[in-house]
Design a protein. Sequence first.
Length: 623
Amino acid sequence: MKVADVLLGRPLATAAEHDEHIGVAAGIPIFGLDGLTSAAYGPEAAMTLLIPLGFVAGVQHWLLPIFAAILTLLVILYFSYRQTIEAYPNGGGSFTVASENLGDGAGLLAAAALMIDYILTAAVGISAGVTALVSALPALHPHQLLLCLLILMLIALINLRGVKESGFAFMLPTFLFVGTLIATIGVGVFQYFTTGGHPVPVSAPPPAIPATMQFMTLWLLMKAFASGCAAMTGVEAVSNGVTAFKEPKSKHANQALTIIIGILIVLLFGLSFVAKAYGVSAMDPDASNYQSVLSIAVAAVFGRGWFYFLTMGSVLAALSFSANTAFADFPRMARAIALKDYFPHVFILRGRRLLFSHGVYALTGFTAIILIIFKGVTDRLIPLYAIGAFLAFTLSQAGMVRHWMKCPDERGRSLKLFLNGLGAIATGTTLVVVLVAKFTAGAWLTALLVPLLIAIMLSIKKHYTRVRAETADPTPLRTTGLQDPIVVIPMARWDKISEKAMRFGMIMSKNIKVVHVASDEPNLLEPAWESQVLTPVRASNLPEPELVNIASDYRYVVSPIMDYLLKLQQKNPGCKIAVLLPELVVDHWWWNFLHNQRVSILKLLLLVRGNQRIVVVSIPWYL
């Protein structure tokens, strides 16, 4: 069995595509992990901003109201995206909805925002998972970036095995993560009410950082709300991936979305409540003894026993694998963009396991770069996060408003129009708040990357349009003006490879020029030319090939051949020139480093400096 089959699974036939569709249970980890696991860092992102108020003024009074506002927005988005899934059963991502209803410009804006958000989704999920690990095992803190990159490689490998297998692989970590956190919330709430609102922590939380501010400011409230909104970034994933579900696609996708949102509401509000009840506050992320809010909360409820390590292990696995949401959606969106010529067409191709492999490769590479730049620290990534998601949310919901306006006979149109309109207003308002609150903390970088990415996509579209216009030829095949080309064969010596090239050249044309560059290397061709080439040719009464010797004073080989070809082309303006390049094909790819170096360079130069009258033909000799 091949190594690729072991790592990536056996190739799947196109006819097996139907078997790769998933149900609701597999859809939750594939498209919901990003949203669900944001409960592990969403509250902390908000609490970190409340540190200047201290625990009493910060967490006690403001954390629950902030998350009540976030959850209200989450519910609005839930009902809005249910409409999107029903209206676009073939995948209603922001790019599709905005393009069809608001024009290509809005579609590109949504696409650029979402692509950046997916890259950050993968980076934040992995870094948050490793943060959970180093919270439990502080000795691993110096190796945080290396752990992030290893987990990234593992997730990419699992995803290359196909959608269905990745769903099964991530199912256990997802349900274990949800189960342990719900148990923590349940026990914490139970202790709160049985102790009259004063539960005693099993493991006391670290002392809160002393307050440096006395009153909450509107600016601080906006920043805390904006950071907490990171918990909503995975809401659109299901609408992007409707085509991955079994029939009826819309029904199964909506069921998965309902379960994901329901669990997320319980986790976000429950963990915020437990943090307030047990006196849990955020720590300085740069501190050597740093622990995440989730680590402190679980230890406060259960202590640092087996359940603590089981929970933190499930948090590590789920947070790390939450990047899978980006891996599930990014390739699909890249394909949709490529189908409209705004992205390289290679993203349209499906790989050995019926998924869009090049999208996985691209996402892996970009995520690795982001992790390296920010050293795998979650809090350094959070300021860049959520901008793209809320921009895409707003454009998607505005596009749906336009969609319903074009469907006057749609049943329940008024309600649907209201829900998507409310979603557009709510997410648009939140986008402004998030952008303003996070701008100086790093959101300016996202705001700069979005137009840059749009410019790149427009240039790709322009290129494809130009290629299509130049290569289009509706005229019939032209059969006039056909003549043999001038065949040019670069040759260093006479051997079996040279003989194969010569035989093929004699089939193509009667006008053959063998080019030999005389440098400081011994001339191994000329001694054999008369006896091995010209004598058999004369005996068969065939046109004699011409041997062209080129002197090279500076020992160059490729450049003199290139110069000769360009001059030959100028002297024969109405004739095509076929350059036959003999190449040795070796058993293993690594032997290529020992052969064909000059041939590869010459081939590249011919493609770059040549024109349509120069044709390059490879003549392989299999070792």
